[in-house]
Design a protein around this ligand. Structure first.
Ligand SMILES: *Cc1c(COP(=O)(O)O)cnc(C)c1O
Length: 454
């Protein structure tokens, strides 16, 4: 039996823990993020064998590498089969350029891929320990609903979700506020970064220890591992069999959890040539790659692709760690990463709202492809990358569409005059009754709420 893989904190001041503990803790006690001691790898034969495997089987293969024998294989396989019942469409745009639509899950965003599996994994470990947890989550829109749906009605887990009250759409809000039961929702009079800071402070507050707090944000390692799988899946379906050819992925990014999934996939051995990191006006990563200086964007900028309004992506600490540097939770760069390697592996572009609108129009007019704002930021980044590097018809390039267009109907109706049909999971949601509380964007108010409520 393989020895279990240990997880360390990016701040290097906390003990190493097992996967189960890292999953249940979320943030490490020193406020760092958990990382596996080493990234497990696939052989090229294993990677080739994925071509004939189902999505959930590939998911199980990835999880097995990170969990070793923590969960018996058959149990893990049935969890994966149960979690991944939805389709992952790969839509050809032109030549070998594709859109991967990660919007067929229960809340119609890519965050379902992680949420569905995390709920099952946490339940497994909590049952084993005979304890309970209160999950705190800050959301810029889609995490909240994916988390709410993943943990809804579980006996061992309660959930409190904080969202910036003016930065989520009505549908996004309703997906969180209409569930109720063990799902508690809080509207913050502030921004996503405020909500995230409040959640982080609660985690290190001794007075709240009795609540058994944990997170389901992409600071949780349990969010990242499921996000490795779809890169491997897309490659397995689109790469020329046995060629070992390299693929380019483009990821519309905010807190960089999705992008880290691709980075892990690459380090596991998936032939990835370049990772395109597309952002909205919150361009701190593009600036970092160019100047080697890190400056957070405070407050973060409000853009059309609202789920990406993040001025200081938490997962940057993980990326920097992986490239030999060190960054603490405040964004202070204590040790420079290997910028040459980062510039070789990544390309980043910041896309304006005006360009986002134009891209929605252009993708429809040129290719009959419907994009919502987040996916459009990604596609604009692809267009720019291709323009700079020259069109290579044979190059495999996969751009992610992270939400269903029906979640952002305004931008689609305005630009292409189509009101996209709601996926079944969102139908009827506008008519359901909501429940949520309002609090100001400061920590004492949040703490008082938690002490009174739980
Ligand atoms: C959360 C989200 C993103 C950004 O993902 P990160 O992992 O935070 O970078 C992009 N698009 C949509 C629709 C999202 O919900």
């Amino acid at each position: 039996m393989a020895e279990s893989l240990q997880y360390f904190s990016t701040n290097h001041k906390a003990p190493q823990v097992s996967f189960g503990e890292a999953l249940l803790q979320g943030l490490a006690p020193d406020k760092g993020l958990y990382m596996p001691q080493s990234i497990p790898t696939f052989t090229s034969n294993e990677i080739q064998s994925f071509a004939t495997m189902e999505y959930y089987e590939i998911a199980c293969a990835v999880f097995s590498k990170f969990l070793r024998n923590d969960i018996p294989y058959n149990e893990l396989l049935s969890m994966c089969k149960d979690a991944y019942t939805f389709d992952v469409p790969l839509e050809k745009v032109y030549n070998r350029k594709y859109i991967m639509r990660l919007d067929q899950g229960p809340t119609a965003s890519f965050k379902d891929f992680a949420g569905q599996m995390m709920g099952r994994l946490m339940q497994y470990y909590l049952k084993q320990k005979g304890t309970h947890k209160l999950i705190l989550t800050a959301t810029s829109g889609d995490t909240g609903s994916a988390v709410a749906s993943a943990f809804y009605d579980l006996q061992t887990i309660r959930v409190a979700i904080l969202f910036p009250k003016d930065e989520v759409t009505l549908r996004q809000r309703k997906q969180m506020t209409t569930l109720q039961k063990n799902i508690h929702v809080l509207a913050i009079d502030g921004k996503f970064d405020d909500a995230q800071a409040m959640v982080k402070e609660a985690f290190s507050d001794k007075d709240l220890q009795y609540l058994e707090l944990t997170s389901a944000n992409s600071i949780n390692i349990g969010r990242l591992i499921p996000q490795i799988v779809y890169y491997i899946y897309a490659y397995s379906r689109l790469a020329k069999p046995g060629s070992g050819e390299q693929a380019v992925f483009c990821i519309p990014s905010g807190n960089f959890g999705d992008m880290m999934g691709c980075v892990f996939a690459k380090h596991m051995g998936l032939p990835v040539k370049k990772i395109l990191v597309a952002t909205n006006d919150n361009n701190e990563f593009e600036v970092l790659l160019q100047t080697k200086q890190y400056t957070k964007i405070e407050p973060s900028k409000n853009c059309l692709s609202s789920a990406m309004n993040v001025g200081h992506p938490s997962n940057l600490a993980r990326l920097i760690e992986l490239y030999g540097g060190n960054m603490d939770e405040t964004g202070m760069l204590h040790k420079a990463p290997d910028f040459a390697a980062m510039n070789r592996d990544f390309y980043s572009l910041s896309v304006t709202d005006a360009q986002t609108h134009e891209t929605i129009k252009r993708a429809w007019n040129s290719y009959n492809v419907v994009l919502e704002p987040h996916g459009a930021v990604g596609w604009k980044c692809v267009e720019t990358y291709v323009a700079q590097n020259g069109e290579q018809a044979d190059e495999l390039l996969i751009s992610l569409e992270t939400a269903h267009p029906a979640k952002f109907p305004e931008a689609i109706v305005t630009n292409i005059g189509i009101d996209p049909a709601l996926p079944p999971s969102l139908q009827g949601i506008e008519d359901k009754p909501e429940a949520f509380d309002n609090i100001p964007a400061n920590y004492p108010a949040f703490k008082e709420y938690l002490l009174n409520k739980f």
